[in-house]
Design a protein around this ligand. Sequence first.
Ligand code: GLN
Length: 453
Amino acid sequence: MIKEKLAKIKSGKLSAKENIENFLKLIKEKNNEINAFIYVNKDAVKQAEIIDKKIKQGKAGKLAGLAIAVKSNINVIDMPITCASKTLENYYGVFDSDVIKRIKQEDGIIIGMTNMDEFAAGITGESSYFGPTINPSCPERVPGGSSSGSAAAVAAGMCDIALGSDTGGSIRNPASNCGIVGIKPSYGRVSRYGLIDLSMSFDQIGPLCKDVFGCALMLEIIAGKSDYDSISYDRPVEKYADFKKINKIKIGLSPDFEKLCKDKRIYNLIKSCAEKLAKKTNSEIKNINLKYVDLAVQTYYPIVYVEFFSGTRKLDGRKYGSKIEDNCGEEVLRRIIGGKEISKAEYHGTYYRKALSVKDLIKKDFDNAFKDVDIIISPVTPSLPPKLGDKINPEKAYAFDAFTIPANLAGICSGVVKAGEVDNVPIGLQIFAPAFREKLLFDVMKECEDLNI
Ligand code: GLN
């Protein structure tokens, strides 16, 4: 666990170099099979040696010696930033994203770049140009996407903490399928500078880890205003990793989520977790109304298609990599063509504008709900993850995000911890908190983790 590991490193019982070497050995043994990493940092051991010196001098940062895996759509200088696409196969980062600068300042070591769905557009982790990622916790099912490699690297013990990005569920979905912890911060909590866009009005970078402490510590470091990202908000970043006990809160459950949950075993598990949490924290469970939440998927995709189309116009083969339309996979092409179509003048207002107004309705739904409750609990997915290699049509694939997309539409924060298993498949518990209430979110996630539910 991260807290204990940091104490060991600080006291000299484990050196940064040993920590990195242990991971590199495991990556060598397991990565061929799991395919979590696209690239491993050749200088990691050398960098660890430098950090060991700093530790001895008592000058090391908060992440000193930890191995951090990074999704391949987050720029890191001199590492391949491929977005798991042939389009950017040979593209290397020429600068560090804001989040990477902050991690390096705190002496975290970037151990490698992880596999993902191409351009973060996916739900299964299978659409990478570099081949599918395997779910270490349940190899016959998909690991989830799009941050498949980041979740798999954590679940397989190949790094301490990983970074993913979440536009409609890409951190929470694989966290759930792999049985680990992940959080999507509130929109604007973390700088997007250096993140390659899927959809700029939803994308957020966030951490994945085996424990809540690791995610909380990482968010503390990467959160905050940046001059390079005008939508990053200037809100104080609290000490997320100093957990406070939860007492007497109001926990919301929504019959609207229950109705949408196709596998009742999943909903029952989530409900019983909510009841255990309420009992432990002397809290009350209230039913809340989220009447527009069933429109989330239909609202999200037109916006993503249009923004993705716009964001990929720079990938015309002149400055970055090769021309995207000539080199991308089916799902990426579908979004480019779809986004181009929706943006046409004759459709002005028909799809995109309408989607934006429904987005507001969903946001209002949550604003109202949070007048009655402090947090809301839901499943992460409406059914078990697909079997690896199963062919599913786009409509079915998109439906897997029905419970995660609402947080992106509303701009609020949302985290996942393991709830249990159904048919030996890990199932995550999703907790929503109001925008910029990450401290409350982490405190609740920690209670859930301690409950061992
Ligand atoms: N699965 C969703 C999509 O394909 C979400 C992706 C993400 O969060 N990056 O758009």
